[in-house]
Design a protein around this ligand. Structure first.
Ligand SMILES: Nc1nc2[nH]c(O)nc2c(=O)[nH]1
Length: 444
């Protein structure tokens, strides 16, 4: 791969330890890694990209998704329901998915993320009907070219056992753990610069047993991979925990080994002060999903309090059945706005929200090599054209989330271009959308 020289960005928001913002900035990339940052760089025989008129940021990091749900957007019976009713409506539809649905819906979700500036995403796939496998989504990520942290989710407690999902969607716990071992051994790459890292992710306290939570944690630690689940998403979720386990979600998580720097929980809308303290002390991460929390009426997560206490927070678009967008730049803006609704106009700045969407997400996913622009970091870069209508008249180019585009001009992952001039160049998006349309019509 030839060197890449991105030249003369109006401004570069590095998100490095010093928080540097560099005007007239060049970036030299060699072998997928940022080699130099600063004005006036020279790159003999490098591919040169003119970035004038643009803002350069690290690629955004998405810490929670259910990619398969792009095939069930705006399903009528699930448009106006709280979490449990929403899930009960959608489970029977998801039970008809198979490998092709998983693969195509993931191609769509990953493409949408890439166009919104996301270079690294996790995914939480927790149902495997009709021969579907985690492999189907990993293949999609490799085609689109995003850095990918798929998590092997699972449901094991069906309705007949007091859980929420129908029995047809749950798996035997032994087979779940066996498949976790298979996908870790096949795909997980622990090295710096890894393009695929696998996590272990039983779905939620109301769909798996205590034993599976405990065994999953033991397995993940044995294999050196991360743990992920849904936690304290709304009042129904907390009530289930109190009734069934006799404790709040944070206590449940701690008792079963689900706190630590290698764990991140999605949503956490209802964490109380004690649980926030627990997460801060234990370095447990949170995937904040503001649009989904609004859409499902779950509430406003106490992100200001979490950040003030020192909790690691990243952003997640969540699945497209509960967003229904999959645009991470839009999500970052929503995170900023929602904290202002809850706490006042100075509760979160546009810069802080962008930091959470980049460096914050990378911290949550255990990727110190990503999420910032500095020599030695991976070359995951998003270029935003500030000459268009969204930023016209803006006095502050750093305030991308107040006045700026929510789609990138260019995106590089590991130094390879994925989006060029606002178009995906790794996959044939119109063809993917045709396949997605056919599958959605078949399901409907
Ligand atoms: N927002 C979501 N919450 C969930 N909980 C659960 O068990 N599944 C989901 C989901 O798909 N989305």
């Amino acid at each position: 791969m030839p060197d890449l020289l991105i030249r003369n960005a109006d401004l570069c928001l590095t998100m490095d330890d010093e928080g540097r913002e560099i005007a007239g900035c060049d970036i030299l990339v060699r072998g997928g890694v940022i080699a130099q940052v600063g004005p006036g760089l020279v790159g003999e025989r490098a591919e040169i990209v003119d970035a004038s008129g643009c803002l350069l940021t690290p690629g955004l990091v998405n810490t929670h998704h259910h990619l398969y749900q792009t095939l069930t957007r705006a399903v009528p019976g699930a448009q106006d329901a709280l979490l449990f009713g929403w899930l009960r409506t959608l489970y029977p539809i998801w039970a008809r998915f198979g490998p092709e649905e998983m693969h195509v819906s993931a191609l769509v979700g990953l493409s949408e993320l890439a166009l919104s500036g996301c270079s690294l995403t996790s995914d939480h796939l927790y149902l495997f009907p009709n021969g579907a496998r985690l492999d189907d989504t990993i293949a999609a990520a490799q085609e689109v070219g995003l850095r990918f942290h798929p998590t092997r989710g699972a449901m094991s407690i069906g309705q007949s056992q007091g859980g929420l999902p129908p029995d047809v969607l749950v798996e035997a716990e032994g087979s779940i753990l066996d498949d976790c071992i298979r996908v870790i051994d096949t795909f997980h790459d622990p090295r710096e610069g890894a393009m695929v890292r696998v996590g272990v992710a039983p779905c939620s306290p109301f769909s798996v047993s205590r034993e599976l939570m405990r065994d999953a944690a033991l397995l993940a630690r044995d294999k050196g991979v991360m743990l992920h689940t849904h936690l304290a998403e709304n009042n129904e979720d907390v009530a289930y925990s109190l009734e069934r386990f006799g404790c709040r979600p944070g206590q449940y998580a701690e008792d079963l080994g689900w706190t630590g720097a290698d764990v991140w929980h999605a949503h956490c809308v209802k964490l109380d002060e004690g649980e926030i303290g627990l997460f801060a002390r234990s370095r447990t991460g949170v995937a904040h999903c503001p649009c989904s929390n609004c859409r499902l009426g779950s509430g406003i997560a106490p992100v200001r309090a979490m950040r003030d206490a020192g909790v690691k927070v990243g952003l997640g678009v969540d699945g497209s059945a509960s967003n229904d967008l999959g645009n991470l730049a839009h999500e970052a803006r929503q995170a900023m706005l929602l904290q202002r609704v809850a706490q006042g106009a100075d509760a979160m700045s546009a810069r802080e929200a962008l930091w959470i969407a980049t460096r914050g997400g990378a911290e949550v996913l255990g990727r110190p090599d990503c999420g910032c622009i500095a020599p030695g970091a991976r070359a995951d870069l998003a270029l935003w054209d500030m000459s268009g209508i969204e930023a016209a008249g803006s006095w502050d180019r750093t305030a991308l989330l107040l006045a700026g585009p929510s789609r990138v001009r260019d995106l590089w992952v590991e130094g390879r271009r994925v989006v060029a001039d606002g178009r995906l160049i790794t996959v044939d998006l119109p063809a993917i959308l045709r396949r997605q349309g056919l599958l959605a019509r078949k399901l409907a």
